[in-house]
Design a binder for this molecule. Structure first.
Ligand code: G6P
Length: 464
């Protein structure tokens, strides 16, 4: 059954643009999220009939669905909480995220056993719920943009239900190289690829991830695997107007004063801001900073490492353990080198966007050293808002490297010694050169604003 409010443009993602919390007085408070998709979708204008299909994530969301407290243009799916947990934590975050970011410690893991098969069945159920909802809501010939590794099976399922639709899929993570992708059981690898290839067009953040996907498809499914599906690349840039305006609001100015006080006058700053993902490589970043202090005593008392590591996916034990390891190492460095008036590592673990922007503005060096990252928007945001220019130490494994590598100090993220050397080089970079590089980095970072990222995909999908 096609619903009466049939939409012309549909977006599907696990996490939606809004979330609800149940207040003490029993009412529901709605909170709007940000990000590239939100600003991208807003670019098609309110008169276009668009719909965002997402999952209810917490109790507040589920209650909102039950009460029918909708947000215009958003449909939340109240998928059974156990099914969602198995699909999201079990498969998406613990298997697909690990494969594409190459995070397994392979002597012991992965071990694809009966428990994995049980969770995989939940992943299918969860994808099926999205495909059914999209099939019911889409107008004839509508464009559907499915997002990310949570929803790999949706394009194939939806294609069967609604052959008339234009279906696109976008992957925001890296894609694994063939040998690593082959860790997956053969039937699962085939199912994942066939699910995605149900789309008219699949797209990635960089050429490197798109090529890796195409190589996997051909290796697993055969030479004609890509017949009928276009493979595109759409880099996502920073939202310059939003950032420049937001970075000069009052709370950010106040944070700058407070941070400067805690850092101490005249001291340099090495700044990093991440969600505490296993892929962000925060531990090796701290090891590199410790090595800098060990090898170059001249920096002791002269530099502060501001490290904001915000909570992520804390339902998973491995994430909690990683967060604890990050905190422990920061404490060790502070105990080893700190003095009465100098704290070498200033770490915060609670999320505050205004404080992050303050750190961006005052950074002398930004450290972005992920093990592997689809794009990494922090690398692009810092140069845009930097007050006095900032040297960027950037992992060659971040998607952003393709666009920013020329003006960054590029590191192998596993090489702690080389990262320490790059931090020294960044801290001693000539101010004129630093500011020239920052200007070029800011230009490259804003070349692909979120609205263009979205509209280009939509146009390409309609032509595909
Ligand atoms: C990162 C990735 C996205 C992904 C998101 C999910 O931002 O780059 O590809 O969709 O994580 O995060 P969540 O908090 O919903 O697990």
């Amino acid at each position: 059954m096609v619903s009466e409010r049939a939409a012309q443009v549909l977006v599907a993602s696990n996490r939606g643009p809004v979330s609800y919390t149940l207040q003490e007085d029993g009412t529901l408070a709605a909170k709007r999220g940000g990000g590239g998709l939100v600003s991208g979708l807003s670019a098609i204008g309110s008169d276009a009939d668009s719909l965002w299909v997402c999952a209810a994530l917490g109790d507040g969301d589920r209650e909102a669905v039950r009460r029918g407290t909708g947000t215009a243009g958003v449909r939340m799916l109240d998928i059974d909480a156990g099914v969602h947990a198995d699909a999201y934590n079990g498969i998406a975050n613990s298997v697909l995220w690990f494969v594409h970011h190459m995070l397994y410690q392979t002597p012991l893991e992965p071990a694809f056993d009966a428990e994995f098969r049980r969770q995989w069945a939940a992943y299918e159920t969860y994808n099926r719920a999205f495909a059914d909802a999209l099939a019911a809501e889409a107008a004839p010939g509508a464009a559907v943009l499915v997002q990310d590794y949570h929803l790999c099976l949706v394009p194939g399922m939806l294609r069967e239900l609604r052959p008339d639709l234009r279906i696109g899929h976008f992957t925001h993570t890296p894609w694994a190289p063939v040998d690593y992708f082959r860790l997956l059981p053969d039937d699962i690898a085939r199912q994942l690829l066939r699910g995605l290839l149900g789309a008219d067009r699949v797209a990635f953040l960089t050429r490197r991830w798109a090529d890796a996907f195409a190589a996997c498809a051909v290796d697993v499914l055969g030479a004609d695997a890509l017949d009928g599906t276009a493979v595109g690349v759409h880099g996502l840039g920073a939202d310059a107007d939003f950032l420049r305006e937001r970075a000069h609001q009052e709370d950010v100015n106040e944070w700058m004063v407070r941070l400067r006080e805690r850092v101490g006058d005249g001291r340099r700053t090495v700044v990093r801001v991440d969600r505490t993902e296993l892929s962000k490589n925060i531990v090796r970043g701290l090891l590199a900073y410790r090595q800098l202090l060990a090898d170059r005593p001249e920096w002791r008392g002269q530099v502060v490492h501001i490290a904001f590591a915000y909570p992520s996916r804390q339902d998973l034990e491995v994430y909690r353990a990683y967060t604890a390891a990050v905190r422990r190492l920061a404490d060790e460095i502070n105990a080893e080198y700190g003095t009465d008036d100098w704290l070498p590592v200033l770490m915060e673990l609670d999320d505050d966007f205004g404080r992050s922007l303050a750190a961006y503005r005052m950074a002398d060096v930004a450290l972005v050293n992920p093990i592997r990252d689809g794009m990494n928007l922090v690398a692009k945001e810092v140069p845009v808002v930097s007050d006095a220019g900032c040297a960027l130490v950037l992992s060659r494994e971040a998607g952003a490297y393709e666009e920013l590598g020329a003006d960054a100090l590029v590191v192998n993220p596993y090489d702690v010694t080389a990262t320490a050397a790059a931090l020294h080089e960044a801290l001693t970079m000539d101010p004129a050169e630093r500011s020239q590089r920052t200007k070029r980095l800011a230009a490259a970072s804003t070349a692909l604003p979120p609205t263009a990222w979205f509209l280009d995909q939509l146009a390409a999908l309609r032509q595909a």
